[in-house]
Design a protein around this ligand. Structure first.
Ligand code: TEU
Length: 568
């Protein structure tokens, strides 16, 4: 196999189409809007654009509920618009990754419409159907086949009158899970994927792809204290046939030409990821881990049960993945996406004083690790959380369901709103801030989700030509990765693992010209810090490749200062 595939030195940019750019004033972003911004993305220097779903969809989960895999949702545009986007990207030397959502479909997908129509329909077995619990009448409380909770606070089972049975949905009730045990389902998915490959796309981001192999028997699970039902994603994740299915998909689709593939895998361990990304096993190129984005939630609770995250815990987790995949598989690197709060608000300091420096320093930390970095739209501007204070401001189904459920369980309203402000997915979904005109230049109409009022200060127009902006820092970092093989292939070593403020590590690569070492020094705190005299390499003769605070000499790092240094 190719020892150095192209995506190892690539940087991926995620577009959330709804919130990126609206070309027709309906308040929702669309594909022509994305195409109109390709020069912006080219200037940033990214190699790949990953589009969150634009397929036909009732939009119950903003497009992650697909009713036609080979057509475009009219609000986003047409297939011709998508072809134009592909051409525009390819003209500029960039590639397109499509989101592949095949753990489930929409309940309005013709496959499910057929499946639910009768017990002897040929597609009945394409989904996961179960009778009511013994001794119960279907539809009554407690009759669900198991006590599982979906990812969105409801039961994972929906009662269906027509045939008197329940279907499984690990997400909303409008997202029934496909039955991957059925070979016809798998062949139909591969056929659809090949249709997209033939259309000219360059890869897939695979939604919750480690949930496709369900356990042979679905049984009750322990219910955590204070909860009504048992969280279910954990037992379904990384099921016994997952590797087999991924290898089969590789053979049927992914091996056809060089592509980039990334599997979203909640609950995957380093060991799971190592198997999936080992090129000899011919499964996927990389996975999205969830470990580092779960560290600031209390164990045993939901993602809305907040807890403090000490820096050593975070950096040791990333180091664990670096070491675990080194020399075998490959990491993806991300701070945020359309499901996560904004990086600068979560891991940085989004106060007026520290926002710019902390956004830059978080970027330097992430991009200096080994792996393929993913930039989520607006992250390159240092966009912040939404700061919503009223439930009416939110739109996300996970947020609204959690809010209702938490209140009905007796949680204090103020605490629930504070959790939403910290963790709601809508934090990442407010419209992209292009300029300081009305609605941040996102739309000429009324945006589907409120624009963050800080757009007058934080916007692309103010940053693209400013050498000190967050945008310019991302641009420099991306260029640095393209120009320095040590940042792609160099060995990772964490320094000062227990230091509470400093994040420090080296990347080292032996080449014909000698050994090259790059050191990252990052103050991940809002107070200055002295460099310790022990535990760091000799800095004499080091050159600054990229810093956040001017020339960056001296023994003290300012709040959120970072330095990328080439050692002598
Ligand atoms: O998310 C997968 C997933 O595990 C989510 O439950 C995620 O953990 C949660 O949003 C974090 O709060 C993927 C998509 O990225 C997400 O947008 C979809 O809602 C979900 O799958 C269902 O398709």
């Amino acid at each position: 196999p190719d020892s150095s595939p192209w995506w190892r030195s690539a940087v991926v940019y995620q577009v959330y189409p709804r919130s990126f750019c609206d070309s027709n004033t309906d308040g929702m972003g669309d594909i022509p809007g994305i195409t109109s911004k390709l020069d912006y993305l080219h200037r940033l220097g990214v190699d790949v654009v990953w589009l969150s779903p634009v397929y036909r969809s009732p939009q119950d989960d903003n497009g992650y509920d697909i009713s036609d895999y080979t057509d475009i949702e009219p609000a986003f545009g047409t297939l011709a618009d998508l072809d134009a986007l592909i051409a525009g990207l390819h003209d500029r030397g960039m590639k397109l990754v499509m989101d592949l959502v095949v753990n489930h479909t929409s309940d309005e997908h013709p496959w499910f419409v057929e499946s639910r129509s009768s017990t002897d329909n040929p597609k009945r077995d394409w989904y996961v159907w179960r009778p009511p619990r013994e001794g119960f009448t279907g539809g009554e409380p407690g009759a669900e086949p198991t006590n599982w909770e979906s990812a969105f606070s409801t039961s994972a089972w929906e009662w269906d009158e027509t045939t008197g049975a329940y279907y499984l949905h690990l997400f909303t009730r409008k997202q029934p899970d496909l039955n991957w045990e059925n070979p016809e389902v798998r062949q139909e998915v591969y056929r659809m994927m090949n249709w997209w490959v033939d259309r000219g796309i360059d890869g897939f981001r695979m939604d919750v792809i480690n949930l496709i192999s369900k356990p042979g028997e679905l049984t009750d699970l322990p219910v955590p204290p204070g909860r009504r039902r048992a969280p279910s994603l954990g037992v379904v994740a990384n099921g016994h046939r997952m590797h087999e299915f991924l290898a089969e998909m590789h053979e049927a689709v992914l091996s056809r030409r060089p592509m980039i593939t990334v599997g979203e895998m909640p609950g995957a361990t380093v060991e799971d990821a190592r198997l999936v990304t080992d090129p000899r096993r011919r499964e996927l190129d990389m996975v999205f881990t969830f470990e580092h984005v779960n560290l600031d939630s209390a164990p045993g609770g939901t993602k809305f049960d907040l807890q403090d995250l000490p820096l050593p815990v975070l950096k040791q987790n990333l180091a664990h993945w670096q070491e675990g995949l080194a020399g075998v598989g490959w990491n993806s690197l991300y701070w945020d996406n359309h499901d996560q709060p904004r990086a600068v608000s979560r891991f940085g300091d989004d106060s007026a004083e520290h926002r710019v420096a902390s956004a830059k320093t978080l970027a330097s930390v992430l991009h200096l690790h080994q792996g393929t970095p993913y930039v989520y739209q607006g992250e390159e501007l240092g966009m912040t959380n939404a700061n919503f204070s009223e439930i009416a401001q939110y739109q996300d189904v996970e947020t609204l369901n959690y809010h209702a459920d938490a209140l009905s369980l007796g949680l204090e309203a103020e605490r629930v709103m504070a959790s939403l402000a910290a963790r709601s997915r809508d934090n990442a979904r407010t419209p992209m801030q292009w300029d300081d005109s009305s609605q941040a230049g996102f739309t000429g109409g009324v945006p589907w989700l409120t624009v963050n009022p800080n757009y007058t200060e934080i916007n692309a127009a103010a940053q693209v030509d400013d050498p000190h902006s967050v945008f310019s820092h991302y641009r420099a970092l991306i260029a640095l990765r393209h120009e320095n093989p040590v940042l792609v292939d160099g060995t990772f070593a964490l320094l000062l693992p227990d230091h509470a403020q400093l994040w420090a590590f080296t990347r080292t690569l032996a080449t014909d010209g000698g050994t090259r070492t790059v050191l990252l020094l990052a103050n991940c705190s809002s107070a200055p810090v002295e460099l310790p005299s022990d535990g760091l390499p000799d800095l004499a003769g080091a050159t600054l490749l990229l810093g956040t605070h001017g020339d960056g000499g001296g023994q003290t790092l300012a709040a959120w200062e970072s330095r990328i240094l080439a050692l002598a």
